[in-house]
Design a protein around this ligand. Structure first.
Ligand code: FES
Length: 112
């Protein structure tokens, strides 16, 4: 896994949702109830932008049809049968980093 710095995000305990581009991926960085989360920014339901949604009950809610995704796992709410990609986040000093596995990392794990 490679850790990528995220520009323009300085967590200060306030809630926020910010869309960033990291390693060619559109990712929502979410500050919610003291935690930091990173999820894919495209809603799998109809490809809308999750960064214009909001958080409720530990989930990121899509503004279009209100499907919701768990901030920790990316799993869709019951009945949706979908998910968004979820990425690990770490903070070093004032820098925020998102961990992204390459295709080869995933392949190596699958072959173990
Ligand atoms: S596009 Fe997100 S819920 Fe439909």
């Amino acid at each position: 896994m490679k850790w990528y710095p995220v520009d323009g995000v300085t967590p200060n305990g306030e809630p926020f949702i910010k869309k960033v581009k990291v390693a060619g991926k559109s990712i929502c960085i979410v500050g919610y109830e003291g935690g930091l989360f990173a999820l894919g920014a495209t809603c799998p339901h109809a490809r809308e932008d999750l960064s214009s949604g909001w958080c409720a009950d530990g989930k990121l809610v899509c503004p279009y049809h209100r499907f919701s995704y768990d901030l920790q796992t990316g799993k869709g709410s019951p009945g949706q049968n979908d998910y968004v990609e979820c990425y690990p986040v770490k903070v070093k000093g004032k820098e925020v980093y998102v961990g992204i596995e390459s295709f080869f990392d995933k392949l190596k794990q699958a072959l173990k």
